[in-house]
Design a protein around this ligand. Structure first.
Ligand SMILES: *Cc1c(COP(=O)(O)O)cnc(C)c1O
Length: 403
């Protein structure tokens, strides 16, 4: 297992941090549904005392994500090698925020997942006194101005949701190390997945995933992870994970680990179909504008080429017309399901202004350009021609409604 980091990603997603189970040789870890573990004498045990703190199924998943994100922490040093699994992406975020002291200053990307914004501005600003500055970190001058010597955390999401802005992780890390030496640098890597982007390699301290999305990929489990490659930070996260207790259960850990086994082939298809559909939409008469990192027209396409290995299945586009056209389009799709969430094998479509981003204040939505005509696609791994037929039909219905 010490050679994990030398494997290619398609091998890692199947084998990294894994080994056959010791008693039976089972190639997949059993689902250890136990809350506690027998001791032979007080304090004498096999390294497992209580499932909030220790669970072999959760450890197997945690070691996997740790290796996928490039942590080299040895299992002898930490049982999950720097990976930590939580009941949801937001539970992972809530735990990461506990690394900050009360009243801490946080610089956060302006365009983040609606729930991340809500947790910071409507919960932790009150309960923890966090002072959060939302900054467009695609602009390095703005980043430079926002980062202070006392800044405790920099919270980046890239690509962002739903406007798919890209942040230059290497440059942000450089600026932050210089201006905010105490800051922990966290990247929400949910949209990219570990296949397309690995923020630790760019100098970040912590990576977060909502495993609900690409990592699990089957829309059947809510979960989150944190990963660090730093031993001291790993000890701190282990302490807060156990102290807060919002851990992922063994059954969900099994599901997510199972989902990750196909992450390599899934992302290859998401990347390929995403690019193809983005190109196609860009030429469509009913479409105003397409935002997709893999398109040359994307404002940060240069960062995409430097930092990402694929554009994912996430496409944002603006339909011509207004809310009526958007509504007719969304009602006319047959293969794409109108639903929140993303990153699953099935194609989904979202209307952020009414659905996922309703919790973002209206004036902030306006500033970010989350208008009534903005539509977010999560392109699944179905046959790409079938998906384009579905989109063509629904765009046609929207145009007819308008005339
Ligand atoms: C969904 C999502 C989250 C929150 O994760 P949950 O599993 O829903 O709690 C955080 N960040 C991003 C980018 C997401 O898409």
């Amino acid at each position: 297992m010490h050679e994990d980091h030398k494997m290619h990603i398609d091998t890692k997603v199947i084998h990294a941090g894994q080994r056959p189970e010791e008693v039976t040789g089972a190639v997949m870890p059993p689902i250890f549904t136990t809350s506690t573990y027998a001791q032979s004498s007080p304090g004498v045990h096999k390294g497992f005392e209580y499932t909030r703190s220790h669970n072999p199924t959760r450890y197997a998943l945690e070691r996997m994500v740790a290796r996928l994100e490039g942590s080299k922490i040895a299992e002898a040093r930490d049982p999950s090698c720097g990976g930590f699994a939580f009941a949801s992406g937001l539970a992972a975020m809530g735990t990461a925020l506990e690394l900050c002291d009360a009243g801490a200053h946080i610089v956060c990307m302006d365009d983040v997942y609606g729930g991340s914004n809500r947790l910071l501005s409507r919960v932790r600003a009150r309960s923890q006194g966090l002072k959060v500055d939302y900054v467009d970190l695609t602009d390095l001058n703005k980043a430079e101005r926002a980062l202070k010597s006392e800044t405790a955390m920099v919270w980046v999401e890239t690509p962002t949701n739903p406007t798919l802005k890209l942040v230059d992780l290497t440059e942000i890390a450089k600026i932050a190390r210089k201006k905010s030496p105490k800051a922990l640098l966290v990247c929400d890597n949910t949209f990219a997945s570990s296949v397309n982007q690995t923020p630790l390699a760019h100098g970040f301290d912590i990576v977060l995933h909502s495993t609900t999305k690409y990592m699990n990929g089957h829309s059947d489990a809510v979960g989150g992870v944190l990963v660090t490659g730093d031993e001291a930070l790993c000890d701190r996260i282990r302490f807060v994970q156990n102290s807060i207790g919002s851990v992922m259960g063994p059954f969900d850990s099994y599901l997510v680990l199972r989902g990750i086994k196909t992450l390599g082939v899934r992302m290859a298809r998401h990347n390929e179909s995403g690019l193809r559909i983005a190109h196609w939409l860009e030429r469509h008469e009913a479409v105003e504008r397409v935002v997709y990192p893999g398109l040359a027209s994307h404002p940060q396409h240069g960062i995409y080429k430097k930092q990402m290995r694929g554009g994912t299945g996430m496409i944002t586009f603006f339909i011509k017309g207004g809310l009526d056209e958007a509504r007719r389009f969304l009602e006319s799709l047959r293969v794409f399901q109108l639903a929140e969430s993303l990153g699953g094998v099935e194609s989904l479509v979202d209307h952020p202004a009414i659905m996922t981003h309703a919790s973002v204040p209206p004036e902030m939505r306006r500033e970010l350009g989350i208008s009534d005509t903005l539509i977010r696609l999560s392109v699944g791994i179905e046959d790409c021609d079938d998906l384009m037929t579905d989109l063509e039909h629904a765009l046609g219905a929207a145009v007819r409604a308008a005339t």
